[in-house]
Design a protein around this ligand. Structure first.
Ligand code: C2E
Ligand code: CA
Ligand code: CA
Ligand code: CA
Length: 279
């Protein structure tokens, strides 16, 4: 949220709808994108704030379109969901992100975590648990290094199926994070009901933190909730030193955002590259 003239907090609403024809053209191209290896993953650091150490990375998909250049995920994830292509694309993302994370592990078995976004339709597909199992097997990544990021929209329908699947995923030994926390279907009961380990505080609250006392209060309440329910908190979208300082003061342990590190290709994001940068 942002503060407007009279100290009110506004909610920022991005609009990402390509026009109809454009959607159809992109959709057709997307069918070939996987096969032609036009999809790539970028990685953004997730930082443990007190020691200021990279704890892991979030994988963010990019489409290097042959004529349009880099197409951002907001423009094609919805298309992929609508067409069902999200299932093979999501499977590839899981494979690639776990392969990369495994390559970044150190010989002593320690190394960065990897967070992978899972969209609703991909989650609901009957193959999801098998796809995650297979990605872990093929990469050799220890399950506790993998976090799947899901959104509150999963809980809107819900039901036994969702609970069962979340529990099957937890049984693999991975972690589950609730993405964009605070923006979606808001019932707190599901935090007790579902096996969630991590809350990612949505960037709309983070952007308001330095100027908007309501946003600060909301984050304070999320911190208290996190302590009661034993959840790990990650603040998203940290863009300034002031936002970072305010979050640390409120007791948020992990952060992510342009101020801490932008998403980049693997050679840019690798732990070795981070060590080079910090000297
Ligand atoms: P998200 O999961 O909430 O990812 C965070 C988004 O915020 C990313 O945008 C990231 O680049 C951006 N970001 C990071 N730091 C900052 C910051 O300091 N300020 C601002 N304003 N933005 C920041 P991106 O990569 O364009 O992805 C947008 C959304 O697309 C993601 O939101 C996620 O919902 C979806 N997405 C991205 N990659 C994947 C994927 O591999 N699979 C699925 N299913 N969805 C994905
Ligand atoms: Ca995410
Ligand atoms: Ca998010
Ligand atoms: Ca999101």
């Amino acid at each position: 949220a942002k503060t407007s003239g009279k100290g009110r907090c506004e909610v920022f609403q991005p609009s990402h709808h390509a026009d109809h024809l454009d959607r159809e053209r992109l959709q057709a191209d997307l069918y070939q994108a996987l096969e032609r290896q036009e999809l790539v993953l970028h990685y953004q650091p997730i930082v443990d704030l007190a020691p200021r150490r990279i704890s892991g990375y979030e994988a963010l998909v990019r489409w290097e379109h042959p004529t349009r250049g880099m197409v951002p995920p907001v423009q094609f994830i919805t298309l992929a969901e609508d067409s069902g292509l999200i299932v093979p694309i999501g499977r590839w993302i899981l494979r690639e992100a776990t392969r990369q994370a495994a390559a970044w592990q150190q010989p002593d078995g320690r190394g960065p975590r990897m967070s992978v976004n899972v969209s609703v339709r991909q989650f609901q597909h009957p193959d999801l648990v098998d796809d995650v199992t297979e990605a872990l097997r093929a990469s050799g990544l220890a399950p506790d290094r993998l976090t799947l990021e899901i959104t509150e929209s999963l809980f809107a329908e819900d039901t036994a199926g969702t609970t069962q699947k979340l529990e099957a995923l937890k049984a693999l030994g991975i972690r589950l994070a609730l993405d964009d926390f605070g923006t979606g279907y808001s019932s707190l009961s599901y935090l007790r009901r579902f096996p969630i380990d991590v809350l990612k505080i949505d960037k709309s609250f983070v952007h308001g933190i330095a100027t908007c006392s309501e946003d600060r209060a909301v984050i304070g309440a999320i911190v208290a909730l996190g302590q009661i329910l034993d959840l790990v908190l990650v603040a998203e979208g940290i863009e300034t030193a002031d936002e970072l300082a305010a979050l640390e003061q409120l007791g948020v342990q992990y952060g992510q955002g342009y101020h801490l590190g932008r998403p980049g290709p693997p050679q840019h994001a690798s732990p070795a590259a981070e060590r080079r940068r910090s000297g």
